[in-house]
Design a binder for this molecule. Sequence first.
Ligand SMILES: NC(=O)c1ccc[n+]([C@@H]2O[C@H](COP(=O)([O-])OP(=O)(O)OC[C@H]3O[C@@H](n4cnc5c(N)ncnc54)[C@H](OP(=O)(O)O)[C@@H]3O)[C@@H](O)[C@H]2O)c1
Length: 267
Amino acid sequence: MNKLKICVAGATGWAGSELSRGIFGVNDMELVAAVSRRFAGKTLSEVLGIEKLTSPIFGTVEEALSTNPDVFVEYTKPEVAKSHVLSALRGGAHVVIGTSGMSSEDYDKVNKVAEEVNRGVLAVGNFALTVVLLQKFAEMAARYIPEWEIIEYAHADKKDVPSGTARELANRLSNVREARLAVPLSEIDGPIESRGARLQGTQVHSIRLPGYVISIDAIFGMPDQKLILRHESGSSAVPYVNGALLAIREVGKLVGVHRGLDSVMKF
Ligand SMILES: NC(=O)c1ccc[n+]([C@@H]2O[C@H](COP(=O)([O-])OP(=O)(O)OC[C@H]3O[C@@H](n4cnc5c(N)ncnc54)[C@H](OP(=O)(O)O)[C@@H]3O)[C@@H](O)[C@H]2O)c1
């Protein structure tokens, strides 16, 4: 069997190192290159402590692309993600994007280049299969229940609000419809902040407190009944590995930009 050749940019980071371990653990993929500025010139075995994981670490994406990967995984920082992705596409690789925070303009540009070079890009804001399922169940609920709100919880020092997961969920629900408000925001009595932020037609409330890791509630209310869809993450990056491996296996069947893991899952 020909193994898929993979390059992971950000392979020494919190998420990328767990994914690199995951790639090492399957027999249909080979990690041919890693990108990390701090560890350039070393091998991943030196950084991750897995003796047989001898993939070379390069300081730049351009150098790493000399290994001709079939799939390039972007897992670094939003400021550099677009340029990494464009280099990888022009270098002939399909691309999986795990990095969050790229703008829709960035994605438009990436889509144009991906179509020109006939390569696929799969961008997934959250690879955790349980989050993907929450998103799907919430979309189903929004078709039948017109009123909902989101509450997301995170550790006290998480600066970005609302979380990427809450943003993605609000975005998906906006494709179904806007959540109905029994009392319009212009008519509420009291500080408007108490009703949270309105994000693409959904009220979103962000809690930041010690004691929380990451969790989210999508609450759908109807007279005398309610449905609460809740997701909770632990503190490791393990939940993101299986979804990323699925994305890596499937991206070669795509052309252009596709968003969300559900675009390659069967429901
Ligand atoms: N889609 C998902 O399910 C999911 C899950 C978890 C995280 N994420 C996202 O993934 C991204 C990475 O998160 P993380 O927590 O793993 O970050 P992190 O621990 O800070 O790791 C970042 C990695 O990127 C490398 N890097 C940073 N800047 C670079 C540059 N300019 N050029 C080349 N390499 C660079 C770092 O190595 P050097 O500093 O040595 O270069 C490191 O290996 C974030 O956007 C995060 O929100 C997404």
